[in-house]
Design a protein around this ligand. Structure first.
Ligand SMILES: [Zn+2]
Length: 185
């Protein structure tokens, strides 16, 4: 897939260079209105269906992601406990990687944990990968998005049945999509 990514990269470079050319005033208007649209639309790597591995340098992510997301997802920062928007949250739906859109968790596997971060007892096996983390004098297992290698959190073996696993995640790294509302009975 690397040549494909290279082509995309070249295309985006070309588009950038075109923007720098003198343009008519209505074109400028269009480009500024695009900048005001949601950040997801400006992220060309975001997809909830494409699971192709991404190899995007942090210099590129820094231009695309919000500073808060970049700090957690790309520099393994941790949001303060109890502050994340999905910590006390029990809606039904799917959780995706906020950086690339890869599917990570289903709300069925979320459980109420007192640790201060959203916790799951099971992850999408195609969604996450693991890495040994020996920082801060601790032996932990870091959880990463399998598609874009963004930091999600850590995994511990003190979770509830049926798995006994606790995925301790940063809300900042997650993107939630509620289930489509079914017709009221
Ligand atoms: Zn990702």
């Amino acid at each position: 897939m690397k040549p494909f990514i290279l082509v995309l990269f070249c295309l985006s470079m070309q588009m950038c260079s075109q923007v720098k050319q003198p343009v008519k005033s209505n074109a400028i208007k269009n480009s500024s209105s695009m900048e005001n649209s949601s950040s997801k639309k400006e992220n060309p790597y975001y997809s909830r269906t494409d699971r192709t591995k991404l190899n995007v340098p942090n210099s590129e992510w820094k231009k695309i992601l919000d500073p808060e997301v970049y700090a957690v997802a790309r520099e393994a920062d941790t949001e303060r406990p109890g502050t994340g928007k999905y910590n006390q949250f029990d809606e039904l739906g799917e959780y995706y990687c906020v950086v690339c859109g890869n599917h990570l968790f289903r709300s069925d596997s979320k459980f109420s944990s007192t640790c201060g971060w959203p916790s799951f007892f099971e992850a999408d096996k195609e969604g996450v990968s693991y890495k040994r983390d020996s920082t801060y004098g601790m032996e932990r297992t870091e959880v990463l998005c399998k598609r874009c290698d963004s930091h999600l959190g850590h995994v511990f073996n003190d979770g509830p049945p049926p798995t006994g696993t606790r995925f301790c995640m940063n809300s900042v790294s997650l993107d939630f999509q509620p289930d489509a509302k079914t017709a009221e009975k």
